[in-house]
Design a protein around this ligand. Structure first.
Ligand code: LMR
Length: 396
């Protein structure tokens, strides 16, 4: 039965973790996967999460099955976070939100649903994009192409190219967009550019699927989520996948969501019923703990304020590391101007290093980034940054 089964390649991001864990290098640093570590190099357990967990443990609940679409208080908190509690779309019942297994789960539920209602559609992702976007939509049965996004020569968004590609897309094309903190490049669109993208989506009758895995890591929770309001104001139906892996440091709990904006309440109810079929036939219903924690934090004003503060601290520390990286590279003797690192936003720096240079960093110095040159700035700290800068200087 399995004699013809081929060995699959390692995952380009999570596969690096396996390699990193097996690496005996004494000074190894993992800048591969998008995970935030504090200045001591530890994965934080947020105070707001601790408090919510403590309260949950004080009144332990039996673990029955959750509803297929998840905890109601979680889904409504996600709606409020993503669209605004008082927004017209939420008030009018036009949003169908389901709890999902991380942001990846939200993308997959959306992809499977889209495959049912629009089986012939093509999917366009940014060039480059998060490695898993292509694999996920391909696995869901779609042909996946790209729209231009990053211009390596100018280290900025090739916006004219992007717009031209969106304008050339056939009606019904599913366009995957990064709501904020573009992964991997760290270059986001300006509000005025988003307006033009929205116009192209509307004129071309495209389907926007916004991946919002890093809300709060760019400029702030509201600021990073503002683009969703723009799509809604334009009267578009859209898909939004959310992740709380990073923003709550709850990676292993797999807490995310999919929200679909429909035209009216009745349509939203029908969409929800179909999303539930996808979930039921994939993993039946979501797990309890992570969703319960996030719902408890988002629905409690004090814990919510604490979360915003802690998220703000993570955001600020990443910024500090960006500046320290630029300074450290200069101090390590790097001649070229690396100040672009402070212009990038979110967890990553798209360093411009070649695959060969990234492989040397890994094999000679134990410094792990992706083959494409992406490095997770959120994993730098005051202890490892000097070493990382020296290593980069050597390979440059
Ligand atoms: C990343 O891009 O490193 C993160 O989104 C983690 C992942 O699942 O790939």
């Amino acid at each position: 039965l399995f004699s013809a089964v081929e060995m699959a390649p390692r995952d380009p991001i999570l596969g690096l973790n396996e390699q990193f864990n097996a690496d005996p290098h004494p000074r190894k640093v993992n800048l591969g996967v998008g995970v935030y570590f504090d200045d001591e190099g530890k994965l934080p357990l947020l105070q707001c999460v601790r408090a919510a967990e403590k309260a949950l443990m004080e009144r332990p609940a039996a673990r029955g099955y959750l509803p297929i679409d998840g905890i109601a208080a979680y889904d409504s908190a996600v709606k409020a976070l993503v669209f605004g509690a008082d927004s017209e779309v939420v008030q009018a019942g036009r949003v169908a939100t389901v709890q999902a297994l991380g942001g990846t789960g939200g993308l997959k539920i959306g992809a499977d649903f889209l495959k049912k209602i629009n089986p012939g559609a093509r999917v366009l992702i940014s060039d480059p994009s998060w490695e898993n976007h292509r694999a996920l939509f391909t696995n869901a049965g779609f042909e996946v192409g790209t729209y231009r996004y990053y211009d390596a020569a100018t280290r900025s968004v090739d916006f004219d190219g992007m717009l031209a590609d969106l304008r050339a897309a056939a009606p019904g094309t599913i366009v995957v967009l990064h709501a904020c903190c573009h992964n991997p490049t760290g270059y986001d669109l300006t509000p005025a550019q988003w307006d033009q993208v929205i116009e192209a989506v509307r004129d071309g009758r495209l389907v926007a699927f916004l991946d919002m895995a890093y809300q709060g890591f760019g400029h702030g929770i509201r600021e990073d989520g503002a683009v969703i309001g723009k799509f809604v104001d334009a009267g578009l139906n859209l898909f939004v996948s959310s992740s709380f892996s990073k923003s709550f440091s709850l990676y292993g709990e797999r807490v995310g969501a999919l929200s679909v904006v429909a035209s009216d309440r009745d349509e939203a109810a029908r969409v929800l019923s179909q999303l539930k079929i996808v979930i039921r036939t994939t993993y039946s219903n979501p797990p309890t703990h992570g969703g319960a924690v996030v719902a408890a934090v988002l629905n409690d004003p004090e814990l919510r304020a604490l979360w915003e503060q802690e998220l703000g601290e993570m955001r600020a520390r990443i910024k500090t590391m960006r500046s320290a990286l630029v300074e450290g590279l200069k101090a390590a003797g790097v001649q070229q101007d690396m100040s672009f690192i402070t212009e990038q936003i979110g967890m990553f720096s798209y360093s411009g290093l070649s695959k060969e240079q990234m492989l040397r960093l890994r094999s000679e110095f134990g410094v792990y980034g992706t083959d494409t040159g992406r490095m997770c700035v959120a994993a730098l700290n005051s202890r490892n940054i000097g070493y990382v800068c020296e290593a980069i200087a050597q390979v440059l």
